[in-house]
Write a protein that binds this ligand. Structure first.
Ligand SMILES: [Zn+2]
Length: 247
């Protein structure tokens, strides 16, 4: 696997973990009628699991502005060109795609697609899962066609597994995932233009050197532990989901 050190990137794994954690943490909140009234949604166990996958994948998404990162290699020239153009349009790495506006826009766009254009949504879901898998480091070193094909097969399987699930919540899951990414990058040097197009960058660099010791030995274990706790509560079945979503 490629190791890029000290260049201001947070690892894909960290982003994906933070997306899954944000989702599992949000599930009990969005179920609360007391807070959200008619907007409250209580999800089945399989919806919780599907949402975690979508949110983890979406937490990689803002890095599609980086043309020679691992993400750009996901589906060969297709994603390379996509990332190159998105990078150009968004003003370079860690610009427009690392903002609240991007998170909200992606969430709304996916909501519209999932509700009205289900085939387009499946195509996007395929991309989200594919990029997510690559982002967490699921590739064979130096073996490009094989990596892309394996990724493709897994992403197709994920889309097929999810095609019957009521995914009316995906807009929220995608927006939350993108936002989790932005928050994560804000914790590293360079920060993010959270309020883009306003020109302010926000950085609270508590994670001093990315791909470094703090991230590997503190941030990732803490995120994993949080996910394990919340996931155990949610994957044990509908009874536990009711307990989980009761808030
Ligand atoms: Zn980023």
């Amino acid at each position: 696997m490629l190791k890029r050190r000290g260049n201001g990137h947070m690892m894909g794994k960290t982003h994906a973990l933070s997306g899954a954690l944000a989702w599992l943490g949000a599930v009990p909140v969005i179920a609360q009628e007391r807070l959200l009234g008619d907007y409250a949604v209580s999800l089945s166990a399989e919806q919780v699991a599907a949402g975690a996958v979508v949110c983890a994948g979406a937490a990689i998404l803002p890095d599609i502005d980086h043309h020679n990162g691992r993400i750009a290699n996901t589906f060969g020239p297709i994603t390379e060109h996509m990332c190159k153009w998105i990078g150009k349009l968004s003003g370079g790495h860690r610009q427009a795609t690392h903002s609240l506006l991007f998170a909200v826009a992606m969430g709304l766009a996916m909501d519209v697609l999932a509700t009205h254009y289900v085939y387009a949504w499946w195509a996007c879901l395929f991309m989200i899962v594919g990029l997510g898998l690559r982002g967490v480091g699921l590739d064979f070193e130096g073996k490009e066609p094989q990596s892309a094909l394996a990724d493709c097969a897994l992403a197709l399987a994920a889309v097929w597994l999810m095609h019957n699930i009521d995914m009316s919540f995906v807009g929220f899951a995608v927006g939350l995932g993108c936002f989790a990414h932005v928050v994560g990058d804000c914790l590293t040097p360079r920060g993010c233009p959270v309020f883009w197009p306003l020109p302010y960058r926000i950085d609270v660099p508590v994670i001093p050197r990315t791909d470094g010791k703090v991230e590997r030995w503190v941030v990732m274990p803490v995120l994993s532990l949080g996910i394990a706790v919340l996931a155990v509560r949610s994957v044990l079945g509908d009874a536990t989901t009711q307990w989980l979503t009761r808030g």
